[in-house]
Ligand binder design. Structure first.
Ligand code: RNT
Ligand code: ZN
Length: 408
């Protein structure tokens, strides 16, 4: 018996005293997919022009050495990251990451441009998610895409959205698990806005057109991502939380995507999840770490990420909430950044699954709130690290020692 396995037996006994079955927790942990975003590896530069400029109210700040400058380098680094990430994994692609030398226009993208990724996914036994790229392009230079007053601009991006759904459908069909195609636009206004309704009506119409054609949900599910503000859209963003919440309630061809960094600083995504589950909705999450005005630091085992995962588990909604990552930090080694964030998101999921949920709910139902709080607090120092080590070992990925391999 390995040391990790021996330690796991000790942890298992201690958790059992709190009514937690660690074997069952690990089974769920292993099979719940977490979608790892492809873009931390090279600062959202895509696979076409390796020094392309990032626009659309988002920015990858920093100049850590080692940014890939060819597709080969990019792939080597991505594989290095994936090799350190345990559990069922999906890879979230962006439309600027096609696997082709053709440089197709965004409104001309086809599944064939992503066929290489399907082979890659099959080889690495992972799923794929998709993101249209409604930014970093001359047609988005005005700051407007799907809500643009210019019909030609809107039409271009509507086509792009449609292309990406088709690619998502292709991914789902090929890989036997639904692809989440997540639509986020950076449209907005820097300052006092005279017409806040017009852009929303145009956005609604554009989305209606994109989602008009039904796609089998077994292959592709579209999500729409809200945001409070971005760089240069500090005052007004048509795609707000309220806008998309209403949109998904009126158009059942798509689901909500909440990014943990897209709200007022004291507002928490975790507290919103059960309100969607109450209506039977599926949803997508962008797990990220906001720091003051920035929404995209590397995910950490912090209170909010733990609480997000706890809410999913407590709502018994592991099959309804699709978990994806979204961060880009160019100031630290990029492969490690991907690995840290992905492992930490899964650690938080593990902690949620190891939580004495039954005991907590029982104490609450009995009105014994002191016991509820005591359980909540005592559970914090149960030996979760030993369970994590064992999980990594059974998944064939490095344990804590992976830290020693990080080079600058
Ligand atoms: C931007 C959104 C969006 C992007 C990715 C790259 O604020 O969070 O999800 O980060 O599409
Ligand atoms: Zn996001």
């Amino acid at each position: 018996m390995s040391t990790a396995e021996k330690n796991y037996q000790i942890a298992k006994e201690q958790y059992a005293e709190f009514g937690v079955d660690t074997d069952k927790a690990l089974e769920l942990l292993k099979k719940t997919p977490i979608s790892v975003h492809c873009w931390q590896i090279n600062d959202l530069s895509g696979l076409e022009d390796f020094d392309s400029e990032l626009t659309g109210g988002i920015q990858a700040i920093g100049d850590a050495p080692g940014k890939p400058h060819s597709r080969e380098e990019y792939m080597t680094n991505l594989v290095k990251a994936l090799d350190c990430i345990p559990g069922a994994t999906k890879l979230a692609l962006h439309a600027i990451y096609p696997w082709t030398d053709d440089k197709p226009e965004r409104n001309m993208l086809e599944p064939k441009h992503f066929a290489g990724w399907v082979d890659f996914a099959k080889e690495h036994n992972i799923g794929l998610d998709m993101n249209p790229t409604y930014f970093s392009h001359p047609m988005s230079d005005s700051g407007w895409t799907l809500a643009s007053p210019d019909k030609a601009v809107r039409d271009f991006w509507i086509e792009h959205g449609k292309c990406c759904r088709k690619i998502g459908e292709y991914f789902g069909r090929e890989l036997g698990q639904p692809c989440i195609t997540n639509h986020w636009i950076g449209d907005g206004m820097k300052d006092y806005t005279a017409d806040t309704l017009g852009p929303r009506l145009r956005l609604k119409d554009s989305l209606d057109q994109i989602f008009a054609e039904p796609i089998d949900r077994a292959y592709n599910i579209d999500s729409v991502e809200s945001k409070l503000f971005g760089l240069g859209s500090e005052y007004y963003v048509p795609g707000s939380h309220e806008f998309y919440t209403n949109y998904v309630m009126s158009n059942h061809n798509c689901i909500m995507c909440m990014d943990a960094g897209h709200f007022h600083p004291t507002e928490q995504v975790s507290m919103k999840i059960s309100s969607y589950i109450a209506f039977g909705e599926e949803m997508m999450l962008h797990v990220s770490r906001p720091v003051r005005w920035d929404s995209d630091h590397v995910v950490s085992v912090d209170d909010e990420t733990k609480q997000i995962m706890e809410e999913i588990v407590k709502c018994d909604a592991l099959d309804k909430v699709h978990i994806g990552l979204d961060f880009f930090d160019a100031s630290i080694e990029r492969i490690a950044a991907t690995v840290i964030g992905a492992r930490d998101a899964r650690k938080c999921l593990m902690l949620a699954l190891l939580n004495p949920v039954e005991e907590l709910k029982k104490a609450e139902a009995e009105g014994n709130y002191a016991k509820r709080l005591a359980l909540h607090e005592e559970a914090k120092t149960l030996p979760a690290g030993l369970v994590w080590d064992y999980f990594c070992e059974t998944e064939g990925v490095p344990g804590r020692e992976w830290v020693k391999g990080i080079v600058q």
